[in-house]
Write a protein that binds this ligand. Structure first.
Ligand code: ADP
Length: 170
């Protein structure tokens, strides 16, 4: 069966505050599965972010620069609309734990109610990264813990710099 060009593009959305090795693992694996992977950096309306949207977009661009078929864009719209605008019909998500399942399951059902043509594809987190979350990493950074195992050097230095400028961030 020939695949339409729409099925060669996938969109991976997240807040990426900050982007960490778990996200990068999904991005790398997704970039091997699809011809093009668009990473959508979004906003969480419920909480104040550590990095601004522009900073998060730039940081994700910096750490994915070596992957030729990955493109990083900001978005503030409904995720399903962003997926369509990117010329895709596939949403890529990462699944860490059973507790992720519940959330991701309802999000995926809601998205397919909003736009039945959009399919969500899940990648199971690699074992080594399955405990990682941006929330934990922000907490470790605020307490001056070791970040090398969780984020690339570029993200580590950006976090340290932010905490030096604004110690109340976190
Ligand atoms: P976080 O929960 O880390 O703040 P995001 O909103 O930025 O996450 O997550 C974007 C996507 O990445 C979601 O599909 C989420 O399940 C997935 N993800 C987050 N952390 C990991 C990880 N350690 N391994 C695999 N996928 C992950």
């Amino acid at each position: 069966m020939a695949h339409s060009p729409l099925h060669r593009v996938a969109v991976y959305t997240g807040v990426f505050d900050p982007v960490h090795f778990g996200h990068l693992d999904v991005i790398q694996r997704g970039s091997r599965l699809f011809e093009r992977l668009v990473v959508g950096v979004g906003i969480n309306p419920d909480k104040k972010s550590f990095f601004t949207l522009d900073e998060r977009v730039q940081l994700v661009r910096d750490v994915t620069a070596s992957i030729a078929n990955v493109e990083v864009r900001p978005f503030a719209d409904l995720a399903v609309r962003f997926v369509r605008e990117a010329g895709a019909r596939i949403m890529l998500r990462g699944l860490r734990t059973l507790s992720d399942m519940e959330n991701e399951f309802s999000m995926s059902l809601t998205n397919s109610t909003l736009d039945p043509e959009i399919e969500t594809v899940f990648l199971m987190a690699s074992e080594v990264y399955s405990h990682l979350s941006s929330t934990l990493i922000r907490q470790i950074a605020a307490l001056h813990g070791e970040l090398d195992k969780f984020v690339p050097p570029k993200i580590k230095s950006a976090m340290i710099q932010r905490l030096q400028q604004h110690p109340d961030t976190g």
